[in-house]
Design a protein around this ligand. Sequence first.
Ligand SMILES: [Zn+2]
Ligand SMILES: [Zn+2]
Length: 582
Amino acid sequence: MAEGGTARNHAVAHVLEEIADLLELQDEQPFRVRAYRAAAEQVRGLAVDIAELDAAGQLDAIPGVGKALAAKIHEYLTTGQLGYLERLRAQVPAEAVALLRVPGIGPTRARQLIKRGITSLAALRAAAERGELRGIPGFGAALEQQVLAALATPEERPARLLLGAVLPLAEALAAELAQHRAVRAVSPVGSLRRWRATVGDVTLLVATAEPDAVIAALPNLPGVERVRAEDAWQVLEHAAGVPVRVVLVEPDAWGTALLFWTGARAHVEQLAARAVARGWRLTPAGLVDERGRRRAGADEAAVYAALGLDWVPPELREGAGEVEAAAAHALPTLVTVADIRGELHAHTDWSDGADTLEQMVEAARARGDAYLVITDHSPTPAVAGGLSAERLREQHRAIAALNAKLAPFRVLHGAEVSILPDGRLDYPDDVLAMLDVVIVSVHNQFRQSREAMTERICRALAHPMVDVLGHATGRLLGRRDGYAVDLEAVIATAAAHGVAIEVNGQPDRLDIEDVWVRRAIAQGVLVACTTDAHSRRNFDYRRYAVGQARRGWAEARHVLNARDLDGLLAWRAARRAAHQQG
Ligand SMILES: [Zn+2]
Ligand SMILES: [Zn+2]
């Protein structure tokens, strides 16, 4: 599994994060909070079951896990509880932790709220509605409005989960379930199977002829705290804090159930209409003809075939032309993770990355990539620790030295250059000229008018040394909408100048989104499936970038980093030559 680990690892990581949250609310030393968060990240990314490390007495071999933390993890793994966590929980009102999750409210403001007796989201909302927040030090009218918007009731703003936050958990649970002798097949369904950027729930579909045996096994899955029956399914309450629905179906109906549970509704309705046109009926239990005979049911591809259609990859099932394409045998051959030859966007500890240049390069090589483009930040804004021109030259020499020993693997020297508010770039041309790949991104002044922002980005794309536009809308899912920008105009400008547009795989970005990928490739713009890695572990995000590109109907030929090193360099050289002539 790309992100490794088991459901148990996720449970332990969640416990460590809860401790960090609780410590943060108690004004603990920031380094202790960071230590717990860092350990949580390490545990979540473990390739092995943490229980095995514990059994071997090797918990403290996990980076960031010392003796004291190892003892706590051991206690949790062996007893299912942790005394230290229970004590912390007793000291902080249970609901107060949720305050930390509200956009704009960090630990400092959360402590201010708790001091005033505002210890739940409901109390926070009531205080905001009465206009009382603005009077609290560190708050203000604007933040009060922001809080109100964020706390709109679920009907007003449905809670969505990040794909990258829940897919690894769903996969880990599916892998555990697949081990059970009575389980014939298991798959995540719904938006999760369609790789939507955010999902409303986590549902696993299980094919079994012995539902009782499977239900009896559910409470023993790692990290599962409780199981309750609800309507026609079981709900697992998991230590990772995400409820997981498990739906059991007869193996005979696996294919049709998979189709119905995967959706989207518009897609399924179009298939049902094709069945009706033949005098048949498509139901979750099977595809039935006019004489009541089952034409298909056990196998999903056979259901499509019976309806005269090629099998449609789940990422395309949105009712956006894919059924017509399947009927005409004209579906795209979607890009896959295996098509990607190298990473185009990665940070090191030269700027705000967590790992060294050497560690990033080694990790990329170990994954089987052919190249890695190092793209640390330019100096603006200062918070990202960007490189001065002088430091960038120093990095250039460091990369040249690495390349001398690493051939045929190639480290390319790039940069993620900020687009300044007026559209100029954050390095002068003579500095840009030293770089192999130039990504440009907006990192500040998000509140410009739509016209100003569009002009700003388009001006940058017209610069002859720019290769790729990074996270084009700046959205942070669940935290901030993208800035106002005319993406139609941006894509047209990228097409005119031969600039590629990034599909950023960070789970809270996934920017640009699928519909714009489809727009971009229709205009002849290449997309770049990047991870924007800020640590070696982030290279695992590649599959999310590819997932969004697939949702945008992208084939390998539409993806810049599906080219091999020579192909990438030739693309770059051809664009430079064209500019020099023009
Ligand atoms: Zn960026
Ligand atoms: Zn970046």
